[in-house]
Design a protein around this ligand. Structure first.
Ligand code: FCB
Length: 399
């Protein structure tokens, strides 16, 4: 049964991307370097990605014509600070043009300042876990201030600190030849997680981001579901993976919730996706109701902090499954809102079929991108979601 609900005034309705996944040619980043190492984690390098460094106007034109009112994109530290303390005014001007270009098209920009990638030199000096990484982040935020000096109401310091800390653990395992667990998710690198919390707090106290901009960060939500009797096994995992990072958002202006699927936990830890369950192209269980749980769990740990769904979506080659998934996810979201959870926006991941951290096959986009010509073709889901933004009404639920 489908339900309709009017979007509250000012509700953000957008799509999300990140710099490395769409721009192409991000050669000075740690990820570019990682993509060219021999590792089974990389099936193909990012290369030209969607060429959005040049084609961002086309991306924004499409989103605005489709009916979206908001666009979340990230700026690339590796371009802005190619060498330590050496800043590219041209890169800063580029991102400033994007902020202005969004407004010219009626899109409000939500700007992420760090979305997984760092400059090579930052990784070479030890990454986030090395002493002084938060100072370096604060210096970058200050230098990039002209990008968001005006016209950026929402700034996101760091995308998914928990995934960044997990990737640090994976990276270390790769370098040391250590075996990673095959089921569930590897544990996070604690030093990285602590450093990210410090870096985020630097943004909170900095005049660069406050008081004129609403400040927050986005946490990857796993929608943990312990099986009966497995609560004790789940507690430390949930604490390390999620709760400490959510608690770090207390006192922020907003918190970003990113949800794709659930994680079931048995007495020995995270369980694989059940054989009979539908899997998406990313290998995750098709479980749209995770979004409702994600906002409820996030709200419980951050009282008084408004939530924005900064990512939610599905990797599929079948756009009708995307519409179905999103419809059910929105149903669980609006039902949480009806129960009083304070949600102020929804951004779909992703605007484009982009580079998914090692491969192009998990297509999350509402807009297809031709890998040779970079031609963009909106899928039916793009028109369907965009219309909700134009009409300010969500129609959600099983078809
Ligand atoms: C999230 C990332 C985003 C994208 C989606 C599928 O973990 O923030 O860049 O890869 O997953």
């Amino acid at each position: 049964m489908a339900h309709t609900r009017h979007l509250p005034d000012g509700f953000l309705w957008g799509a999300s991307t990140s710099a490395h996944q769409t721009e192409g040619g991000n050669t000075n980043s740690d990820w570019w370097q990682f993509e060219h190492m021999q590792t089974p984690l990389i099936k193909e390098p990012s290369g030209d990605a969607c060429d959005s460094y040049h084609r961002w106007r086309e991306d924004m034109d499409l989103l605005s014509e489709l009916g979206f009112t908001d666009y979340r994109f990230s700026i690339e530290w590796a371009r802005i600070e190619p060498e330590p303390d050496e800043f590219s005014q041209a890169a800063i001007a580029h991102y400033r043009r994007m902020v202005e270009g969004a407004h010219e098209r009626g899109l409000r920009p939500l700007v992420t300042l760090h979305h997984f990638t760092t400059p090579r030199w930052f990784m070479e000096r030890g990454g986030w876990a090395a002493t002084g990484s938060d100072d370096l982040f604060a210096r970058y935020l200050t230098a990039a201030a002209p990008v968001y000096a005006t016209g950026v109401e929402h700034a996101c310091t760091i995308n998914e600190p928990n995934m960044v800390a997990m990737m640090a653990a994976v990276h270390r395992a790769h370098l040391t030849g250590q075996q990673l667990p095959t089921a569930g998710m590897p544990l996070l690198d604690g030093a990285t997680s602590d450093a990210l919390i410090r870096a985020h707090a630097r943004g909170r106290s900095s005049q660069v981001l406050r008081p004129t901009r609403a400040y927050g960060w986005s946490v990857a939500n796993q929608a943990y579901q312990p099986l009966p009797g497995a609560e004790a096994a789940a507690a430390p995992i949930q604490r390390q993976w999620e709760d400490v990072l959510l608690e770090a958002a207390r006192g922020d202006d907003w918190l970003g919730v990113q949800s794709y699927t659930r994680t079931r936990i048995g007495p020995d830890g995270p369980l694989p996706v059940p054989e009979e369950a539908e899997r998406t192209l990313s290998g995750w269980e098709f479980y749209p109701q995770a979004l409702g749980q994600a906002v409820r769990d996030s709200a419980a740990l951050t009282p008084g902090v408004p939530l924005i769904v900064t990512e939610n979506g599905i990797a599929t080659a079948d756009d009708t499954r995307r519409i179905q998934y999103t419809s059910e996810a929105l149903e669980s979201l609006t039902s949480a809102m009806d129960d009083g959870i304070d949600v102020r926006g929804y951004f779909h991941w992703s605007a484009l079929d982009n580079y998914e951290w090692g491969r192009y096959t998990p297509t999350f986009g509402i807009i297809a991108v031709d890998r040779e010509t970079f031609a963009r073709t909106p899928k039916p889901s793009a028109a369907w979601l965009g219309a909700m933004g134009r009409e300010r009404v969500v129609t959600a639920g099983a078809a």
